[in-house]
Design a protein around this ligand. Structure first.
Ligand code: CP
Length: 375
């Protein structure tokens, strides 16, 4: 493991190891205070962030390392047209590890392909946000002591919520996990998550638009913000923005050991009065995210030291190169035109492929499928 772009890059065993390390860091921070002395983390943030950027900064500082970077594209040479690939090559000369957030889906993949140091995806558009999921998993482990035999409710924006998709992907690997998907019709979980994750892992799930009905059955409630920035129609956002508001009154019907989570930032979907409820775990989740990021930095720096060669992110994959163009306007290939259009084959018989950058599903014709390359 050299870079982390999405949750499937990490095996269950690797996640268990990270949780163990994070737990030890939380208990004995002094043991780790010099672990990254002389090491530099570069935080390249092309999109706003409070938690992720500052928790990575705090994580590296608490490990004894240093941090450099930028927090908006306007203060980088991105405004002059510098590509993500060139930025990653350049920053590899200054730092030992990169944490990158971008609105372009696949930006972290391109960075990892071109950097000579590990890259951590800290959010690429609506695609993935794996370190949020790692913090979420650590929180569930600390609160519940297990990942199996849990009923997990996801509430709010299940369509655009990348943290929801990633946590579903991660939790689906454990036995006896049930999901309750609570959303308005317009923000339901995308079908690709249902078919490619839930169906593949044989996970039981129900869908409802009623938080009140779902609450009594839940062990974990994962609230989400309706994400204004992902809507193209402002009127649609106005219609949906107040779909769910968790209040003290509603919580009366919930289990006494319910764990209430939220990736934050919140707008109004959890009343501030809920913060005093011992079941509110969302600020603990923030702290847990920092410990998990410390564990991840340690793991990736150790892996890079053991195996300094550049990682081939497509190794072992069957791919199509420049046979068709990704049609996702948010994909990094839409704006960085020098990039090859690469698709990995997910169903050779049906010609179903996915863009390696943004995971957009596309269908190749039989002629294209004859030119599949094995990496
Ligand atoms: N949860 C999260 O990613 O928060 P930020 O956008 O503030 O980093």
């Amino acid at each position: 493991m050299k870079s982390v772009i999405d949750i499937p890059d990490l095996s269950v065993e690797e996640i268990d190891e990270l949780i163990k390390t994070a737990g030890d860091i939380a208990l004995h921070p002094e043991k780790y205070a010099k672990s990254c002395e002389g090491k530099i983390l570069a935080t390249l943030f092309y999109e706003p962030s409070t938690r992720t950027r500052l928790s990575f900064t705090a994580a590296m500082m608490e490990l004894g390392g240093n941090v450099l970077g930028f927090s908006e594209p306007g203060s980088s040479s991105a405004v002059k047209g510098e590509s993500v690939a060139d930025t990653a090559r350049v920053v590899s000369c200054y730092a030992d590890i990169i944490a990158m957030r971008s609105p372009k889906e696949g930006a972290a993949f391109v960075a990892a392909k071109n950097a000579t140091i590990p890259v951590i995806n800290t959010g690429d558009g609506g695609h993935a946000h794996p370190t949020q999921t790692l913090g979420d998993l650590f929180t569930i482990y600390r609160e519940k002591g297990r990942f199996n035999n849990l009923t997990v409710g996801f509430c709010g924006d299940l369509k655009y919520g990348r943290t929801v998709h990633s946590l579903i992907e991660a939790m689906s690997r454990y036995p006896d996990v049930r999901f309750v998907l609570i959303s308005p019709d317009a923000l339901k979980l995308p079908t690709f998550v249902k078919y490619e994750i839930l169906a593949r892992h044989n996970v039981l799930y129900t869908e409802t638009d009623s938080l009140e009905e779902a609450l009594p059955s839940l062990d974990i409630l994962y609230m989400t913000r309706i994400q204004k920035e992902r809507f193209t129609d402002p009127a649609e956002y106005e219609r949906l923005k107040d779909s769910y508001i968790l209040t003290v009154e509603k919580l009366a019907s919930a289990k006494s050991d319910l764990c209430i989570m939220h990736p934050l930032p919140r707008v109004n979907e959890i009343s501030v009065k809920v913060d005093k409820d011992p079941r509110a775990c969302y600020f603990k989740q923030v702290e847990n995210g920092k410990y998990m990021r410390m564990a991840l930095i340690l793991k990736l720096l150790a892996s890079a030291k053991e195996n300094p060669e550049t990682e081939d992110l497509l190794a072992g994959r069957s791919v199509l190169i420049n046979e068709m163009k990704c049609t996702n306007p948010r994909c990094i290939t839409a704006t960085e035109q020098e990039l090859d259009h690469v698709f990995r084959v997910v169903d050779a018989e049906a010609g179903i492929c996915r863009c390696v950058y943004c995971e957009k599903k596309m269908k190749a014709d039989s002629g294209m499928m004859k030119r599949v390359v094995r990496r």
